[in-house]
Design a protein around this ligand. Structure first.
Ligand SMILES: [Zn+2]
Length: 186
């Protein structure tokens, strides 16, 4: 399949989209496009809760501690690939704090909120990934866009201008983690 597609950085090119790999399904936090506004721990059990905004208004939901850990494990492996494991986490006044096999790591709320919103997008959008040698591309059939993901980031606006981990980087990470990309890391 050859599709003329809009690369998120600008130019329109023809891309060969054969051998695309569907991103592994991850559970969405909320089955809608959300903007996370707050992350907090509630009750004696310190259950993680997010307050978010959708096109329909503001709402909140509790997350299981297991899902919360899985999400930050994903963040940490993208940001700091040398770290294997989060042993515990805590929601502090200043942000999130992780105890890992390589020591303590902090994450500001603004980066954590941006990541949760993108992670949810990666869960609800049918992204596909293809590896072309050193070049990895992510195809988004909903928006008809192709994004190029490299070791250092992505060609989309979230990565280039907002300096956040984007849904494309998350999609590539999920594929690599499951060893379904057929590239060096699998
Ligand atoms: Zn991107």
């Amino acid at each position: 399949m050859i599709v003329p597609a809009q690369i998120s950085a600008g130019a329109s090119v023809n891309y060969c989209l054969e051998n695309l790999v569907q991103t592994p399904q991850i559970p969405a936090l909320v089955p809608a496009n959300i903007q996370v506004e707050r992350i907090q721990a509630v009750g004696v059990g310190k259950i993680p809760q997010i307050v978010y905004k959708t096109a329909k208004g503001r709402c909140s939901t509790l997350l299981s501690k297991r899902q919360f850990l899985t999400i930050w494990q994903c963040w940490l492996q993208i940001r700091h690939p040398q770290i294997e494991k989060i042993e515990s986490w805590e929601i502090k006044a200043s942000g999130l704090q992780f105890t890992t096999n390589r020591g303590l790591f902090g994450l500001t709320f603004s980066e954590a909120k941006a990541f949760l919103s993108r992670y949810n997008r990666a869960a609800i959008e049918p992204l596909s990934v293809k590896c072309n040698g050193s070049d990895t591309v992510v195809w988004n059939p909903l928006h008809q866009t192709i994004s190029q993901v490299s070791e250092t980031g992505c060609s989309c606006a979230d990565s280039l201008y907002r300096n956040t981990i984007c849904k494309h980087q998350i999609a590539v990470h999920l594929c690599r983690n499951q060893g379904i990309l057929g590239d060096r890391a699998s």
